[in-house]
Structures are given as structure tokens and as C-alpha cells.
Write a protein that binds this ligand. Structure first.
Ligand code: GLV
Length: 362
């Protein structure tokens, strides 16, 4: 990871991004201060000897949310020319782009682009091969997304833990029958993927008293959570997991990860909460595992494709609860603040939060 001052990209003079809205300031003026969520951003005054240009931050996603981003930028970074697609202004001034789906011709259209921000937590929608190789790509790591995911997964795990799908089926049959109530401490929850979302989810579940474990490709150390790493530790993780939560990033290594071999290593009747990406799951393998009771119930927030075709077996399956990819969404107000903080880091040559390792794909 880059140390402050050892950024892999050239440090930019703040004068590069000086405002077109501010009136000229004398060279001996005091630095400008812009409020960020965690720190004051101190900007050197523009030098009269350096020609000033506009810095455009282009937002290409839902325009309604974009207007909320614009409000935050106006307040905290007024020197930035914030624009919402398709109002791109002068393409040569676009230094920063936040997008879910960037334009195909990004490299030629925005020759001065310095950072690409994903407007969501994932970056699997980007075609890395089509992006300039040195362009930094940043995932959205912001408190609103984290909170949404914590809420969704906690709800799903508690529902499975307290047999809610079974009570729903019983209700449909007019059956009044109590099942044993187990303490949370006897329910073993396992989270695949230990990034910021996985860690926040585990912290909440651990607080509710569940017996928590996590698995990821690389070694993690999370207080109160048994952490497993790498393929060699996956079987032990699966063997102790009554409710499996998938929060993996989608990469070539994780496509089809939720398959029959994996399901067979879980205790019989395990629950599945899938909040990763549709292509993690081999759908036929889940249907087969549900048919024999190897998986007891599944809560799926993602599918492939989205939406599923009307005839798809998942829609009406009695042991599948399906939601339309709503587990968590970027919250515009907190997201814009996090991005402004990252711009400050970028200009200071510090590592940005959520910077993607393109060799890993997340
Ligand atoms: C949603 O799935 C996201 O990546 O933010």
C-alpha cells in the first residue's frame, strides 16, 4: 500500500483544479479551507503564475441521487465543477468520474481523467481491460452502504435462526405448531468475504450472540470471530456453518463459488443468505440442494440475470425468499462526503479508501 507522499500517480498542484467560480485571490492570500467529513481540506491559494483551469467531477448514475451529491459538493468542495451526465461540459476538464457504467469510450472521451469512482460497492460491472491501465479505480466504501447491508443480513439471519420461513409455510397450511427456540450462541453463522461489509455484518451478528466465523482469500483478524483463510481452510469453515452469508466480490475466482461441492460441505439443512452477485451461484445446484434438504432455506438478494425471467423456478420456490437487489444502496449524502475525502487524499498523495487492486479485481 502506498505511503503518504509515495503515491503511484503524480501529485497534482492544487492550482490545477482552481475554481472558475471564485474571484481571483492575491498570491499572499491565506489558504482556502473546505470542510470534509473527517478533516479540513487546506488548499494553497492559486498562484498567479500558474494558469488556472476548471476541474470537473462528472457523475454518471441516477440523476435524482446525483442532485444530492451536487448539494454536498456545493457545500464542501465549491471549487469543483460538479456535473451530472449527460451535461458533461468540456470533456478535457473531466478529471474525476463517479459511475455505475462508465461510457465505452472513456479513455478517448476524457483524456485528463485521473480517478474512476464506482457509484456502488462493487466494481465487477467495469470492464477493466477497456480502462486505461494506470487509471486508479475506487470502490464505494461509505457508511450508508455498510448500514444497509448490516440491516439486510441481520434481518435474514435472524429470520432463518428463528425459523420464520417455516412459520410462513405453516401459516399457509393453517398449522399452529411451535418449533424449539435455540439460543443465538448455538447458531453458527459464517460470512464469506471479509471486506468492510463482511466485517460490519459480523460485528453486528456477534453482538447478537451468534457463534461467528469468516472466510476470505487473505488472512484477517477480527475480534470474537474465527477467521479462516484460503482454500485449505474453507472445508473447516463450511463444516461449522449453519447459516452461510455470501459477501464475496465477483471475480473470475469466485464465479460459481456457491455450487454443489460447497453446499455438500455444510451441515445438512444449513441456511443461505446470498447478497453477493448473481453469478456466484450455480442455480441448478441450489435447487438440487434445496430438494434434498441439504440447504434448508435460502434468502437471495441477487440473481443472474436481474430481473429473473417470469418462468424462473426461484420466483415461486417455497424455500427461497427473493428480493430485487435491494440489500444495500449507496446513500448520496454520505457517499459524496466520502468521495470528497478521497479527493483530498488523492491530492495529498495518500492512499484512497476503497482503491481497487486491479490484479485481484476488487
Ligand atoms: C450494489 O450491489 C453495489 O455494488 O453497490
Amino acid at each position: 500500500m502506498a505511503r503518504p507522499g509515495s503515491s503511484p500517480w503524480p501529485r497534482r498542484r492544487w492550482a490545477d483544479r482552481a475554481t472558475h467560480r471564485q474571484s481571483p485571490r492575491p498570491s499572499n492570500a491565506r489558504p482556502l479551507h473546505v470542510h470534509c467529513t473527517s478533516a479540513h481540506l487546506t488548499l494553497p491559494a492559486p498562484s498567479p503564475t500558474v494558469p488556472t483551469t476548471t476541474t470537473t467531477f462528472l457523475y454518471k448514475s441516477d440523476p435524482v441521487r446525483g442532485r444530492q451529491w451536487a448539494g454536498v459538493f456545493r457545500e464542501r468542495a465549491p471549487e469543483i465543477d460538479f456535473r451530472i451526465w449527460p451535461d458533461i461540459g468540456d470533456p478535457a476538464q473531466v478529471r474525476f468520474l463517479a459511475a455505475w457504467e462508465p461510457p465505452q469510450d472513456l479513455a478517448t472521451r476524457f483524456p485528463q481523467l485521473q480517478v474512476l469512482f464506482s457509484s456502488g460497492a462493487g466494481v465487477d460491472q467495469f470492464d477493466f481491460a477497456a480502462l486505461p491501465p494506470a487509471l486508479p479505480v475506487v470502490r464505494m466504501v461509505e457508511p450508508g452502504i455498510v448500514q444497509g447491508m448490516v440491516e439486510y443480513v441481520t434481518h435474514a439471519v435472524l429470520g432463518l435462526h428463528r425459523d420464520m420461513p417455516q412459520y410462513r409455510r405453516q401459516q399457509q397450511q393453517g398449522e399452529w405448531r411451535a418449533l424449539p427456540v435455540r439460543p443465538a450462541s448455538s447458531r453458527r453463522v459464517g460470512v464469506l468475504g471479509l471486506g468492510s461489509l463482511g466485517q460490519a455484518v459480523l460485528e453486528q451478528l456477534r453482538g447478537l450472540g451468534f457463534d461467528c466465523a469468516g472466510w476470505s482469500r487473505s488472512r484477517h483478524d477480527i475480534p470474537g470471530v474465527q477467521c479462516h483463510a484460503g482454500p485449505q481452510e474453507l472445508p473447516a469453515f463450511l463444516a461449522r456453518t449453519d447459516v452461510l452469508v455470501c459477501l464475496l466480490p465477483l471475480t473470475d475466482a469466485t464465479r460459481g463459488f456457491l455450487n454443489k461441492d460447497l453446499f455438500a460441505q455444510l451441515p445438512a439443512g444449513a441456511g443461505l443468505v446470498h447478497v453477493g452477485r448473481g453469478p456466484h451461484l450455480v442455480e441448478a445446484d441450489l435447487l438440487a440442494a434445496l430438494a434434498v434438504g441439504q440447504i434448508g432455506d435460502a434468502v437471495l438478494d441477487v440473481a443472474d440475470p436481474e430481473p429473473l425471467p417470469p418462468s424462473h423456478a426461484f420466483w415461486r420456490h417455497p424455500r427461497i425468499q427473493l428480493t430485487p437487489h435491494i440489500a444495500s444502496m449507496t446513500q448520496p449524502l454520505s457517499a459524496a462526503g466520502v468521495v470528497i475525502d478521497n479527493l483530498r487524499r488523492f491530492h495529498a498523495g495518500e492512499p484512497m479508501v476503497g482503491l481497487v487492486d486491479r490484479s485481484r479485481g476488487y
